[in-house]
Design a protein around this ligand. Structure first.
Ligand code: ADE
Ligand code: ZN
Length: 336
């Protein structure tokens, strides 16, 4: 099973590039930008990764991102993630980035996106890895801030496929961003949102009805509402589920009580993702390995989760068909 999981071609649909920032690279970039980190060493920083809730994590995640300053920094951060994708047989990835985390510190939008874009092109050329970008609005900031970010994104619209919504969920309902999501959709962006991670099923209802999202990020608490489950199935919306994130942020008490199998049994299209791998103890493969072990998932269930990742991605249809064919060929030829 371990070899099967490591080798199977995979897609990732929920990955915050700022959450892939490993402490070693953080210290290296801080040094070259002559920025002080309040932790003395990589080990001390890693020891601080103990979270009781989403906000605990976000506080440290935004602090870490503060050392990112130049186009080269954003390139190096993104390329480090692609290097890992290559090792893990991730053929396709949808990368979320939080422009406001950087523009609020005076870093131009152009610096952020140009650095990320350069790495995307390099990854395509060097590894053949396909990717797209999801620009996430920070929901703890105002609607006006999100509108400003939308405006800043327009010169780079050709590089961004989708907009999303992340950061502190509780107290910042999807409805707060109804108008900016409407405007984003008018500009041609496909829309997604984090919902039902810490927030309740009511937030998922809002995200699907008011923001008209094409996919749900997390969505765990949808399971509390049978009508909502039926609606999600009716609309054929996938859930980008993040097992190790749910464990580290205490969304579940342990992985054996993780709801991903229940989601599949109820007919929901769940996918497996890493969210913020540098903070939650593992990239995509590690998420698959640990959830398989905890729930004793069968090979068939793993294949379903993997195929959902490609099927519910925003990749073009021809690309999608090619990826799914690769999965089928791998499964047929795998001998262990
Ligand atoms: N930003 C980065 N990771 C996040 C998560 N799991 N939930 C909300 N916002 C985030
Ligand atoms: Zn997330």
């Amino acid at each position: 099973m371990e070899k099967f999981i490591r080798k199977i071609p995979k897609a990732e649909l929920h990955l915050h590039i700022e959450g892939s920032f490993q402490p070693e690279l953080m210290f290296e970039i801080a040094r070259r930008n002559q920025i002080d980190i309040k932790y003395k060493s990589v080990e001390e920083l890693r020891r601080a990764y103990q979270f009781n809730c989403l906000q605990d994590f976000l506080d440290i995640y935004y602090t870490g991102a503060c050392v990112l300053t130049t186009e080269q920094d954003f390139h190096d951060l993104t390329m480090a993630y692609f290097d890992e994708c290559e090792k893990e047989n991730i053929l396709f990835t949808e990368i979320m980035f939080d422009p406001q985390t950087h523009t609020k510190r005076g870093i131009p939008f152009a610096t952020v996106i140009k650095g990320i874009q350069k790495a995307r092109e390099e990854a395509k050329e060097k590894y053949g890895i396909e990717s797209l970008l999801i620009m996430s609005y920070l929901r703890h900031l105002s609607e006006a801030d999100a509108f400003e970010t939308l405006e800043q994104s327009l010169p780079f619209k050709h590089l961004i496929y989708s907009v999303g919504l992340d950061s502190s969920e509780k107290g910042n309902p999807p409805s707060k961003f109804k108008r900016v999501f409407e405007a984003s959709a008018k500009h041609g962006y496909t829309v997604v949102a984090h919902a039902g991670e810490e927030g309740g099923a009511d937030y998922v209802w809002e995200a699907i009805n008011e923001l008209e999202i094409a996919r749900i990020d997390h969505g765990n608490n949808s399971l509390r509402d049978e009508k909502l489950i039926a609606e999600i199935i009716k609309r054929d919306l996938a859930l980008t589920v993040c097992p190790l994130s749910n464990l580290e942020l205490q969304v579940v008490k342990d992985l054996t009580s993780h709801p991903i199998r229940t989601m599949l049994e109820k007919g929901l299209k769940a996918t497996v993702n890493s969210d913020d791998p540098a903070y939650f103890g593992g990239y995509l493969t590690e998420n698959f390995l640990q959830i398989q072990k905890a729930l004793d998932l069968s090979k068939e269930e793993i294949v379903t989760l993997v195929k959902n990742g490609f099927q519910y991605s925003f990749a073009e249809d021809s690309l999608k068909r090619g990826f799914l064919k690769k999965v089928d060929e791998f499964v047929e030829s795998f001998t262990g």
